[in-house]
Design a binder for this molecule. Structure first.
Ligand code: ANZ
Ligand code: ZN
Length: 820
């Protein structure tokens, strides 16, 4: 404590914060370098889309905690990579541009500049020399390169099947982006249309995407959502035959019920419908197909809706029983699951049961419940039982039956064990302008021809009118100079693919680009990628559980198999922040008019107060409403602490050296703050700091502050606060006579011995008689002692039924509970 002040300045965040922002940038304080003998730490935020609304205080719940951790890790000797960039391609950016009548290049540049300004304003320590923008040719060139890698490896393909079409987005969407007829951006009425589109074969990695989930340090909730999304189902394929000998494989999880099949149901879209259809049923069947085509998948799977169907007039033969089975169409059979066919077992499957009741089809029991006497079932019986009416498999338990029948089918070449996934391939085509052009030429002679790598990027041409096309084609199809080209293979005139890639392509690999953002010879410089990857900590909202977070894992595995990266999972640890809602309980959005911008908060209270408030308001992963007055508390806390430093530095003569109690508290505080930053328990981290400050203020007020321990406490506290309140700490660091930046200091260490609670024993009396003894920390408060004492079984026996009139506590010795 050397510096002396006649006049300690007042705390003016609006003055000091911009000054430090400039200073830190000039010092290059947050530049990450690969050359370092310190261990690396890659701390990443989800790739934000730079929306025209700018940052609101909800985004800060993501960016502030990761910034605190990054700063903390630097002080702990890590070489930290903490970058930021823009997920700038995609429909939201394009929509914004359309609404404002400005080109998305212009609005994107404006929006990213605003985001960068706001992020700097709230004190984030990003290395801005690594900033990337997925809508620049320097970036999307490599997105195209990866597309071609997938194409060469059979993992990208074009298909003309039924696709999800969103009339709001005016583009096709992947199945991951549609739920319950609603697209990921909230448009209702998503339907299926027959449009050619490009897919990534993510299903080829279904098994690995599932099995390697277990080892990830990710929230269980997200892992569970991915597991359900992948939806692995183990069962059996059984090959039935049409009467003309055509095989009809069917997927079932219950091969033990194969003798109970009394009808067959095809999805109305199934390719066999035409072959099985008997002429006299043609009219009602075609009418039925039309009707189902207008239904959404979610309606078709709904359990409350009445199932419908229609008979085709055709039959298949059951390969085990030899029976002739009538073939129906039914809306509850999905074309995209299994083989699009269900073997109807009404006795043991409830949907089949309802179908049989409705259309008066026979119900044949083949699994007997315990004590079964042959009575008819009031509903499907789907529990365990003994096999009956099943030829040579009779009397087996149905579990054994599953095994035996599966084996038998495999031996007879009639099917065998099979695995099915709910997950579908990833539809990547968008019939929109603002995205990465798909680097393919369509040639009449050669078919699909990939653009050679050395001709990349296929540049997104400038377009005045980039509105979606009424013909469900990409706007790029309206540009002859883009479309018409020559075939890279035969040189004849050919046409470019005009679809662009959805934005999730860019975000599937951007984290690799940060390791060497300006590298021109490849998507990343191998040494830099090797040094930084995988990402050590990845933080963002839980809403990306199955889109971005599944796609990036897939993409990484593809790159690993191509020998481009030496790891198979991109994000070692994942955390999701809770949502911050507007005071009205709604999501913040400009259209609702309830956005709270960090700008107004910083102007009124300072960025550090905002940071403390964001961390303090609730546990990191909890949803919470923004409270208008809440930020006053953190601001007052900083004011009070600022003043304490001023007061304490006015005099420097020490009266004594030691304050053992404060010393213990200091070490405990270092310990708590460290542990809680590392585990993202930021709200209690701030409480620990506040409690410590309370004690220091108390020492000052009561005149017990001229001690070496007190001085050391104040010194250490600056360091403890540096990650959380970086401007405040830097200014105090300077004012108290230090040189260099507080952010380049080492994190304080605690002594274990001093963090252990000293335990004492307290006698517990009821009405003056000793009943028990409790062990408790010397620092325990009177309330804690009371609560513990009242909970003791030995005490309960004497106080239940009576009223407690008084409790006397002799600190550190005895507590007496008086009843009556
Ligand atoms: C006969 C059977 C008997 C079935 C029984 C169940 C119980 P998970 O677990 O989801 O994989 N199924 C097969 N393909 C279908 C499709 N395209 N649309 C709708 N349902 C389909 O479910 C597998 C079961 O779902 C399969 O097993 C089949 O019905 C049905 F007592 O086959 B089961
Ligand atoms: Zn050609």
């Amino acid at each position: 404590m050397s510096a002396q002040y006649n006049r300690w300045p007042t705390y003016k965040p609006q003055v000091i914060e911009p000054r430090w922002q400039k200073n830190w940038e000039e010092m290059g304080l947050y530049l990450a370098q690969e050359k370092s003998d310190r261990p690396k730490y890659y701390c990443l935020d989800f790739f934000p889309y730079p929306s025209g609304d700018g940052l609101h205080v909800g985004h800060c719940r993501n960016y502030i905690p990761t910034d605190v951790l990054s700063r903390y890790q630097r002080m702990n000797g890590y070489n930290v990579l903490h970058p930021m960039g823009w997920d700038a391609f995609g429909e939201p950016a394009e929509q914004y541009a359309v609404t404002h009548g400005v080109h998305p290049r212009v609005t994107t540049d404006q929006n990213t500049a605003n985001f960068r300004r706001q992020m700097t304003m709230i004190g984030t320590s990003y290395d801005w020399t690594r900033e990337i923008d997925s809508s620049t040719p320097e970036f999307y060139r490599w997105t195209q390169y990866f597309f071609l890698l997938m194409y060469r490896n059979g993992l990208a393909y074009r298909d003309t099947n039924w696709q999800w079409w969103c009339s709001g987005c005016q583009t096709t969407l992947s199945s991951q982006e549609v739920e319950g007829g609603v697209c990921w951006r909230g448009h209702t009425g998503v339907t299926k249309k027959e449009i050619p589109a490009w897919y990534f074969r993510i299903t080829a990695y279904a098994d690995e995407l599932l099995s390697t989930l277990d080892d990830l340090d990710w929230p269980e909730r997200i892992k569970l959502m991915q597991r359900n999304w992948i939806g692995r189902s183990e069962g059996c394929e059984i090959v039935f035959q049409t009467e003309t000998g055509e095989p009809v494989p069917v997927f079932t999880t219950r091969p033990d019920t194969v003798y109970g099949v009394t009808f067959f149901v095809l999805a109305p879209e199934h390719e066999l419908v035409g072959k099985l259809l008997v002429d006299e049923y043609r009219v009602p069947v075609q009418e039925y197909i039309r009707q189902v085509a207008s239904m959404s998948e979610i309606d078709r799977m709904s359990e409350t809706r009445e199932i419908t169907g229609v008979f085709t007039g055709g039959y298949v033969i059951n390969p085990l029983s030899g029976e002739r089975i009538p073939v129906w169409l039914g809306d509850y059979v999905l074309p995209s699951y299994g083989t699009g066919v269900v073997m109807g077992v009404p006795a043991h499957d409830q949907r089949d049961f309802l179908f049989a009741k409705k259309y008066d089809l026979p119900v044949k029991a083949v699994i007997a419940p315990p004590g079964y006497q042959g009575e008819s079932f009031p509903e499907a019986y789907n529990d365990a039982g003994v096999m009956i009416n099943s030829g040579k498999f009779n009397e087996l338990s149905n579990q054994e039956g599953i095994r035996k029948i599966t084996e038998y089918l495999a031996e007879q070449d009639l099917g065998g064990a099979a695995v099915n996934y709910r997950m579908r391939d990833w539809l990547i085509s968008r019939q929109r302008y603002w995205g990465t052009p798909i680097p393919i030429v369509l040639c009449e002679e050669c078919g699909e021809v990939p653009i050679p790598d050395e001709q990349l990027p296929v540049l997104l041409p400038p377009m005045e009118n980039f509105q979606p096309d009424a013909n469900r084609r990409s706007p790029l199809a309206r540009l002859p100079e883009f479309v018409n080209t020559s075939c890279p293979s035969c040189g004849e005139p050919a046409q470019r693919e005009t679809d662009t890639m959805g934005g999730f392509a860019c975000s599937s690999w951007y984290f690799l680009r940060f390791t060497s953002p300006n590298y021109g010879l490849g998507p990343f410089e191998p040494d830099a990628m090797n040094y930084w990857m995988p990402v050590d900590l990845y933080v963002g909202g839980a809403e990306h559980a199955v889109l971005h977070l599944l796609y990036s894992r897939f993409w990484t595995k593809v790159l690993a198999d191509a020998g481009l990266v030496p790891f198979r999972e991109p994000f070692t640890k994942l955390l999701n922040q809770g949502q911050l809602l507007a005071p009205d309980g709604q999501r913040m959005s400009k259209s609702r008019g309830n956005v709270i911008a960090p700008d107004e908060m910083v102007e009124a209270y300072g960025a550090d107060a905002l940071r403390v408030y964001e961390l303090f308001m609730a546990p990191f992963d909890q949803n919470i409403l923004w409270s208008v007055d809440g930020i006053n508390g953190p601001r007052r806390f900083l004011d009070r602490l600022w003043k304490l430093y001023g007061d304490s530095y006015r005099a420097s003569e020490l009266e004594t050296n030691e304050d053992p109690e404060l010393e213990r508290l200091l070490h405990k505080t270092i310990h708590k703050v460290s542990e809680r930053i590392e585990t993202f328990r930021y709200n209690t981290m701030i409480s620990a700091v506040m409690e410590f400050v309370n004690v220091l203020v108390d020492r000052y007020r009561t005149g017990h502050w001229r001690t070496a321990t007190y001085c050391k406490s104040l010194e250490t506290l600056i360091l403890l606060l540096a990650p959380t309140a970086p401007f405040f700490a830097e200014e105090i660091w300077l004012l108290t006579g230090h040189t260099g930046s507080v952010h380049q200091q080492e994190w304080p260490i605690w002594e274990d011995a001093l963090t252990q609670d000293q335990v004492i024993q307290i006698a517990v009396q009821v009405n003056g008689k000793l009943r028990d003894v409790i062990d408790i920390s010397v620092d325990a408060s009177e309330e804690e002692v009371q609560t513990l004492a009242l909970d003791l079984p030995a005490v309960q026996g004497y106080i239940t039924g009576s009223k407690i009139s008084k409790m006397f506590y002799v600190p550190g010795k005895v507590i007496n509970i008086v009843t009556g």
